[in-house]
Structure formats: structure tokens, C-alpha cells
Ligand binder design. Structure first.
Ligand code: FAD
Length: 322
């Protein structure tokens, strides 16, 4: 039966959290469309973890486990997804809108001569058809997209869709796929790990970000202290990253990371449209800025007009009591 494929992403032999969200959403949509969801796990040594996806309600899991895929770049993964989507006659292929997922959805869609609908934040399954919503124009508008050609390729923004747990016994089907000579022309040869093993910003539930109003890198201990008091991670605006105060992997925004945490605390950040593009789908936004007219207050659920050097120490004290 044509259904929905949910492509997962594996890092160091574990699923990235966004994989569970994609599987769970595929199961929900499949139920509403009267069809079936199939999760897909591709990599080297991944068969052992495939069954775990049953925890997110999926009954069928297809596994491509091949030693050649160790540290593979995107082309062989796209070739594998193409063959699975054809074998399963899938109507929709869901990906996590991670760095890898966005690239893979575009490459796979191109192999079918389709467009990819990327970074969706809503799915609707009315009248037996899937409709998607995605932020456009740096988050200023929501676009509604109804894919008319199948299979349709869709990526889902991490942290937006709930990963609902369900005790399902998943059937794992191992599939052999063939790779072209071109599939392995590029390979990842080295992965440099960040010194600190913090959760990735795109998967964090709580983010505390600092902007240029923090005055200098020496004051970011306030951002780090509040983040750790709340059990979150720290982010930054581009002004701060460009100034060399913080590393680029902390940058939130149009040219940084797109985040959707449960709580986003913007400290001394003005709220330029390019920053908002990366964080406006956060569930709760708290802004601290001494300028009451700062644009960040237009998207904030809670606004504190004040000096970060007074407000942050008080918040850290309160945060430590939680
Ligand atoms: P500012 O705009 O300088 O704001 C500092 C704020 O701090 C002000 O609102 C001020 O009132 C407040 N403040 C100062 N002192 C205090 C204090 N003591 N207490 C409280 N508040 C205080 N930006 C991003 O962030 N991410 C991106 O990905 C990004 N991509 C871009 C892409 C393009 C193509 C372009 C053109 C720009 C991009 N930018 C991006 C830059 C963006 O336009 C802004 O320049 C940037 O976001 C400003 O950073 P900021 O808010 O930290 O600094």
C-alpha cells in the first residue's frame, strides 16, 4: 500500500532526536490518511537499533545496513532512499529538517524530478491529502503547500512535532540496495568533535542567547550561567559571532541555526528580522532589552525592559532554586 516513509538520522549509532519526531508524525499522518508509515534506517551497523523505533508507534522499519556506508556522505544515502521509495511506492517521504535531512530531501526529490517542501512546521491531512505549512520570508509569513505530484518530499523542522511514545512491536525488514560508482566519490574523512559535549542547539529544549548588548565576550558567563541554571544551552546573535565573541555553531538566525525550543531567552538582542527567522517558532520567547521599542518585544511572550547586567544575575539566582 502506498504510504509514508520516515527517514531517520543516525549519529554515533544512536538516533538523533529529530528522527523520533519524524517517525511519530509520519505515523500520525498515515493514520489520518488511512495508509501506513514505514521508518527507514540507513547506515553501517544500524540494524541493532532499528527495532527501537517501535517505541514511536511505527510497525514497519526498513533497514539498509552496509559497511560501505560508514561515514558516508549524502549521495549513497539518497540512492538508497530512492530505491526504497520506489519499492514501497511511497506517496510521501518525510525527513528531519536537519542539515543532513534538508540536503537529502532536496537530492532525493531531484532524483525524482520533484521539488522538496522544506522546513515544515505543520501538517494537515484533510480529505485524504497532505497539506503542509512552512515559514517563508524569514518567518514573516506562513506558506501553505499541497504537493500535487507523488512521491512528495517533505522535511519537518526539529523540535516542532511531538515524538509520541507508543509500545509498538516493529517489524524490521532488511533491504539490499545497489550503489552507483558515483555514490562514493566523496566521503567524510574526519569529524572534529566540539570540546564541550552540549546538546545541539537545534534539539535543545531551552536556549539562552546573548547579543551585542552583552558588551563583550567576558560577560557571556551570565548567558552560560542562566542556561545551565535552567538546564539549557547558550546561543548567540550574528553580531556576537561576527565579533568573534562566540563560535559560529552558537549562531541563531537566517545564516545560523533554526531553533524551536520550548523556551528561548533573548538577552540584549535587538530582534533583527534575520535573527527572528531562526527563533520565532520557539514555544515561549522571553526578551530582556533596555530599549522598550526593540523589535524583539514584538515576538516575545514575556518582555523585561531592563539592563541585562541587573536582570540576568537575579534570574540566575532564581533559576538555581528550580
Ligand atoms: P544589536 O542589533 O546591536 O542589538 C543589541 C541590543 O542590545 C539592542 O537592542 C540594545 O537595546 C540592547 N542592549 C544594549 N545594552 C543592553 C543592556 N545593558 N541591557 C539590555 N539590553 C541592552 N543576525 C543574527 O542574529 N543571526 C543571523 O543568522 C543573521 N543573519 C544575517 C544574514 C544577513 C544576510 C544579514 C544582512 C544580516 C544577518 N544578521 C543575522 C544580522 C542582523 O541583521 C543583526 O545585525 C544582528 O542580529 C544584530 O545582533 P544583536 O541583536 O546582537 O545586536
Amino acid at each position: 500500500m502506498p504510504g509514508i516513509l520516515a527517514i531517520t538520522e543516525v549519529k554515533e549509532n544512536s538516533f538523533r532526536k529529530a528522527s523520533f519526531e519524524v517517525v511519530s508524525e509520519a505515523v500520525r499522518c498515515a493514520q489520518n490518511l488511512g495508509t501506513e508509515a514505514t521508518a527507514v534506517v540507513i547506515g553501517s551497523g544500524v540494524e541493532a537499533i532499528a527495532k527501537d523505533l517501535g517505541k514511536y508507534g511505527v510497525k514497519n522499519v526498513v533497514v539498509v545496513d552496509d559497511a560501505k556506508l560508514e561515514n558516508a556522505y549524502t549521495p549513497p544515502l539518497a540512492e538508497a532512499i530512492e530505491q526504497i521509495a520506489k519499492a514501497k511506492e511511497s506517496d510521501y517521504v518525510f525527513f528531519p529538517a536537519t542539515l543532513q535531512g534538508k540536503a537529502l530531501s532536496a537530492i532525493t526529490a531531484a532524483r525524482f524530478q520533484r521539488a522538496a517542501v522544506s522546513d515544515c512546521t505543520e501538517t494537515h491531512c484533510d480529505g485524504g491529502e497532505l497539506t503542509l505549512k512552512r515559514p517563508v520570508y524569514a518567518g514573516k509569513a506562513l506558506e501553505t503547500v499541497k504537493p500535487l505530484q507523488k512521491p512528495a518530499f517533505v522535511s519537518l523542522r526539529p523540535n516542532v512535532f511531538a515524538a509520541e511514545e507508543a509500545a509498538t512491536e516493529a517489524q524490521v525488514e532488511k533491504m539490499d540496495v545497489s550503489f552507483s560508482d558515483k555514490a562514493f566519490l566523496a566521503k567524510i574523512t574526519d569529524i572534529k568533535k566540539a570540546e564541550e559535549q552540549k546538546p545541539d542547539l537545534t534539539e535543545a529544549a531551552i536556549i539562552v542567547s546573548g547579543g551585542r548588548g552583552m558588551k563583550g565576550p567576558e560577560n557571556f558567563n551570565l548567558i552560560e550561567d542562566l542556561a545551565s541554571a535552567l538546564g539549557g544551552v547558550n546561543g548567540a546573535s550574528r553580531a556576537v559571532v561576527d565579533a568573534g565573541w562566540r563560535p559560529h555553531n552558537e549562531q541563531v538566525g537566517q545564516t545560523g541555526k533554526t531553533v524551536s525550543p520550548q523556551l528561548y531567552v533573548a538577552c540584549a538582542i535587538s530582534g533583527a528580522i534575520q535573527h527572528l527567522a531562526g527563533m520565532r517558532t520557539s514555544k515561549v520567547i522571553v526578551a530582556i532589552n533596555k530599549d522598550a521599542d526593540a523589535p524583539i518585544f514584538q515576538v516575545a511572550d514575556y518582555g523585561i525592559v531592563g539592563d541585562v547586567f541587573e536582570v540576568l544575575p537575579a534570574m540566575i539566582e532564581e533559576g538555581k532554586k528550580l
